[in-house]
Ligand binder design. Sequence first.
Ligand SMILES: C=CC1=C(C)c2cc3[nH]c(cc4nc(cc5[nH]c(cc1n2)c(C)c5CCC(=O)O)C(CCC(=O)O)=C4C)c(C)c3C=C
Ligand SMILES: [Fe+2]
Ligand SMILES: [Fe+2]
Length: 368
Amino acid sequence: MSRFAVEPEFSHDQPARIGVLLVNLGTPDAPTAAAVKPYLRQFLSDPRVVEIPKLLWQLILRGVILNVRPKKSAHKYASIWSKEGSPLQVWTQKQARLLKGYLGERLQVPLSFAVGMRYGEPSIAAGLDTLKTAGCDRILLMPLYPQYAASTTATACDAAFTQLMRYRNQPALRTVRSFHDHAGYIDALAGQVRAHWQREGRGDHLLMSFHGLPRYTLTKGDPYFCHCHKTARLLADALELDPDQYTLSFQSRFGKAEWLKPYTADVLTKLGKAGVGRLDVICPGFAADCLETLEEIAIEGKETFLTAGGGSFRYIACLNDNGDWIKVLADLVERELSGWLAPDWQAEQATGLARESRERARKLGASK
Ligand SMILES: C=CC1=C(C)c2cc3[nH]c(cc4nc(cc5[nH]c(cc1n2)c(C)c5CCC(=O)O)C(CCC(=O)O)=C4C)c(C)c3C=C
Ligand SMILES: [Fe+2]
Ligand SMILES: [Fe+2]
């Protein structure tokens, strides 16, 4: 039996479409240990995420971590879950709808949109299937990670190319690598901070907390650390902050190994002990609010800061459905698609192929 999918007959007999797949990390289906366990198993079995020898790691993962962590994590998920579901899922789906509305009006080309999650549902494979079934012969993979990391961006691309291996009639695939220094993204972040200042008054210090990574990723050549620093510097410039008015830190350390420093929890303790009155906190690496921002920062982080003696902790929401952010996504998509939109010969060729195909189908039908 062939390992390639059987393509629908005359599948090229339809107008060519362009597909956009918005990719994010993914989230469990429910805030329960039973739902968190398979999600964590898939996530933490990814060799791009945990880079220790597979056999040893699977022993630790299945023997210890998957027996303890799902229950603890489920409890945390329950504290942030909304009526509509997991915030990461809800925001990502809304971003796809808003982008579709915005670009559908701007670009006069047949476009399809789908969401693909690297872990959990809807998977990247399912998202690509949806776009392919809709007739997309060119697909743009748009990971919603501003800063490139092998454990996020690269593994999303791996999953997409793995799915392409199953297709006989493969679409063309483009990928967005990073947008950590995109002017519109920096402006959208700055706008989010300014709007918060307008509502609450200006804080005394701004903490920019990014998701962490093991330190060895930096020495092995992952640009993530440098991308985070560049985003932070550009955001500080846009807000006209002096170096002593903001701090960059890395959160969500997993395991005992050394991760990128300074750790967010340590910085919160230090700022609290130093008696900082009004602390503003933003997580510029997360395009959507999720467990890591709403629970780890807005709940746990707040407690750390206040316990250490800090005044007030003011969490600034992620870009979520911010209109300027949707325009950033649209700009990234338009830039990538410009090469695909230009040549007329593709449309002409598609029409020609469709005609030939219809004629062939007619002849086949007539000879039966
Ligand atoms: C070795 C472990 C992990 C690495 C490396 C890692 C990198 C990484 N993660 C994100 C973004 C998110 N992570 C989220 C949750 C999460 N992350 C890890 C571990 C690593 N992340 C775990 C075990 C979990 C699950 C929750 C838990 O049990 O603690 C999320 C939130 C998902 C949600 O459902 O809301 C995001 C988003 C980035 C950007 C990154 C590397 C830069
Ligand atoms: Fe993570
Ligand atoms: Fe966390």
